[in-house]
Ligand binder design. Sequence first.
Ligand SMILES: C[S@@+](CC[C@H](N)C(=O)[O-])C[C@H]1O[C@@H](n2cnc3c(N)ncnc32)[C@H](O)[C@@H]1O
Length: 273
Amino acid sequence: MSGFSESWLELREPVDHRSRDLGLIRALGAHLEALDGDARVLLDLGCGTGSTCRGLSPFLPDGVEWRLFDKDPALLEAARRRLGPEGPRGARHQFLLGDAGGETPLPLDGVAVVTSSAFFDLCSAGFCARLVRELGQAGAGLYANLTYDGQMSWSIPHELDTAVVRDFNLHQRRDKGFGPALGPQAAPFLSECLKAVGYRVESASSPWRMGPQDKALQIEFLEGMRRPLEEIGTLPRTHVSAWIGFRLGVLDLAESTCEVGHTDLLALGGASA
Ligand SMILES: C[S@@+](CC[C@H](N)C(=O)[O-])C[C@H]1O[C@@H](n2cnc3c(N)ncnc32)[C@H](O)[C@@H]1O
């Protein structure tokens, strides 16, 4: 178990898909298009139930081979069930169970680009630095989208918003299985490491913009903030409950929106990538 439920990933998938930066997806598609058919190999780190594959596939050329990698057997099984061994236009899907943060090197043999969604904010500086080294050695690129950037805002303000975001972001830096996580620092850190070894890096913002139509996702998101806020512990539990109660109470108002910032990144051109 990774702590990410299938139902949570399902709830966020439509918002993830509409939030990703299209320019970077098209640039990834063009990069793959220029490769020979059998070189169009993607390794999706932390694939969950396969959302990255579902979201990107319409923009990619024929004959892509996806290697979907996750440490959670239940989520990987859901990916296998939902995607099957083959996709449209000659796509092939392989499912790999493994711990990206473990000792074993990542399966980068023949991989053109490593992809990931909502993954790198969980990772440590050590892991990201190691990945960049391994990418350079393998001549692979990186497309990392929906990395949380530390920004959250609501159209209807509450006096505790700033304190809540501060504490949530502190919790993002705690160990998520790789050592102390980079959280909102992940995208800038990766970008610097990649540029330092010669990659051409493009970044774009990809915020979740949620309104009353995304009520179910917003409820889960708000309820999911309770434990991190309580674990940081600078706000009394009664304040945390009052803030969540206020936010749940205004969700149905037409003017009520919430924005959660993310960064997408595409790095190509390092070594032979
Ligand atoms: C926020 S979820 C995102 C899932 C999927 N990419 C999506 O966008 O729906 C993070 C994923 O990373 C996986 N994960 C976390 N730590 C991992 C590790 N050390 N090795 C492999 N996968 C990991 C989790 O199991 C989970 O599926």
